[in-house]
Design a binder for this molecule. Structure first.
Ligand code: HEC
Length: 132
């Protein structure tokens, strides 16, 4: 036993061999980093649809209301039944396509760059429902 310990001590540069030696803790740190990176990557790869979607009111309040609450820049104002009524006759698919593309003073997606189609639709529906 004495002989073996001496050999181990030499082999490891004089440090006693134990699971807590520096190599082991470095290895553990690297493994931990890999786990963290993998977890972060997994989060980033989640499709937008898997995250909680904001409802129409939330998107409207945080994004669209800037223009659509007051009618700024000629935006159809929420509550203006005539303006929204006329636009609503185009149907949701057309309204969504227009909103995504932008129109006149309306910037693409109403500047909600992280809005998905459902969120934009909910916001449009919210504005139509509150303009009748
Ligand atoms: C910077 C101001 C601004 C913001 C922010 C904005 N809009 Fe608009 N929006 C406009 C203007 C201006 C128009 C009128 C465009 C026209 O008819 O020339 C408009 C028109 C629309 C229309 C009608 C398009 C049509 O076919 O007549 C929809 C739908 C719409 N916006 C949806 C949205 C949604 C949804 C949001 C939020 C995600 C939003 N807008 C944010 C300015 C804005």
């Amino acid at each position: 036993m004495t002989h073996l310990q001496g050999w181990q001590a030499d082999f490891c540069g004089g440090r006693p061999v134990s699971p807590n030696n520096k190599l082991m803790s470095t290895y553990r740190k690297i493994t931990m980093k890999k786990v963290l990176i993998a977890a972060a990557a997994a989060t980033l790869m989640l499709p937008t649809a898997a995250m909680a979607e904001r409802d129409g009111l939330t998107v409207y309040n945080t994004k669209c209301g800037v223009c659509h609450a007051s009618g700024a820049a000629g935006a159809p104002k929420v509550g203006d039944a005539a303006d929204w009524g006329a636009r609503a006759t185009q149907g949701m698919d057309t309204l969504l396509a227009t909103a995504k593309k932008g129109k006149g003073a309306m910037p693409p997606s109403g500047l909600c760059m992280d809005c998905n189609d459902n969120e934009l639709k909910s916001a449009i529906q919210y504005m139509i429902d509150n303009s009748k």
